[in-house]
Design a protein around this ligand. Structure first.
Ligand SMILES: Nc1ncnc2c1ncn2[C@@H]1O[C@H](COP(=O)(O)OP(=O)(O)O)[C@@H](O)[C@H]1O
Ligand SMILES: [Mg+2]
Length: 281
């Protein structure tokens, strides 16, 4: 994170100033709040490391959350070249990259295109929309290629014809902020994440009907999990069906702040500090 201060930390500092809470910098993007709460980069002290593990693993979070919210149909595939000791993880083991590409093609040929993505990704890295066998093979190769974006697991899933995609920010099982990832009129430049299109915008949603609908969608999950702090990617498709796409336990606010200013995010951090302060010492 170097010398540039990220917007999450800028917003946190403003919130602490407003609430007259002490801050101590360990480094540019690492702050101790009120002598006890550590914030580092995008990470907050609200989530347990086990919850973060669940969120950072798409396969794992689909299993856990897919019981409570609608998710796209998907299958996970293990790298055929992974060390033998990791092969006993409950996934079907395929002999080769080609065998995996054939199986994905077989599973989705009546339902093309499909999405192929690394299991533990973020920021839209190695997320591919594939429409034929060759595209599938190339996507599988890229994910299991031994480079810096390597993953030992990939997700192949049905393609959702997304009409609208929202980021839903939840604090203590309550929706605090919903924004539209607006890429209408924006230009695709290789990353499928809507806010990575050129000229895309984060647009705050105030329509209570939309927020209520998302609330109803997430309620079964809230009834079964304590979501302390997370950003959900929620999509609505052309048939008006709502889908859970992913959960992020350390959401970033750079783009939201760029397009909407600090106010909403500072309020969010103020609520976070209030929440933390209510926890037993
Ligand atoms: N099954 C899918 N159908 C259509 N689009 C998808 C699907 N899965 C992901 N996407 C698109 O790709 C983007 C990035 O995928 P996501 O799973 O959120 O990965 P990342 O963790 O890299 O953000 C999503 O925001 C969504 O717009
Ligand atoms: Mg995402």
């Amino acid at each position: 994170m170097g010398n540039t201060r990220i917007e999450n930390i800028n917003a946190l500092i403003k919130a602490c100033q407003n609430k007259m809470v002490r801050t101590e910098f360990i480094s540019n993007n690492a702050v101790i709040v009120d002598n006890r709460f550590l914030f580092i980069n995008f990470k907050t002290p609200l989530n347990s490391s086990s919850f973060e593990k669940l969120c950072n693993d798409k396969d794992f979070s689909f299993i856990a959350f897919g019981k409570h919210v609608k998710i796209p149909r998907y299958i996970s595939f293990l790298d055929p070249n992974i060390d033998k000791k990791y092969k006993d993880m409950g996934f079907t083991v395929y002999d080769s990259i080609e065998d995996i590409a054939c199986e994905i093609y077989r599973q989705f040929e009546n339902n093309m295109p499909c999405i192929i993505k690394k299991n533990s990704g973020s920021l839209g890295v190695n997320v591919f929309k594939t429409g034929n066998y060759d595209d599938i093979l190339s996507a599988v190769n890229k994910i299991f290629n031994n480079d810096k974006n390597y993953d030992y697991l990939l997700i192949a899933s049905e393609y959702i014809y997304i009409k609208t995609e929202y980021r839903v920010v939840v604090l203590n099982n309550k929706i605090e902020l919903v924004y539209l990832k607006d890429n209408s009129g924006a230009k695709f430049v290789g990353n499928l994440s809507p806010l990575h299109f050129d000229n895309s915008k984060a647009v705050k949603i105030m329509d209570s009907k939309v927020i209520k609908r998302i609330e109803m969608f997430l309620k079964p999950l809230f009834d079964n999990f304590a979501i302390n702090f997370a950003g959900f990617d929620i999509a609505i498709d052309n048939n008006n069906e709502m889908y859970f796409i992913e959960i992020n336990s350390s959401p970033g606010f750079e783009i939201y702040i760029r397009d909407n200013g600090y106010n909403d995010i500072v309020i969010l951090y103020e609520k976070m500090i209030e929440y933390l302060n209510k926890l037993p010492k």
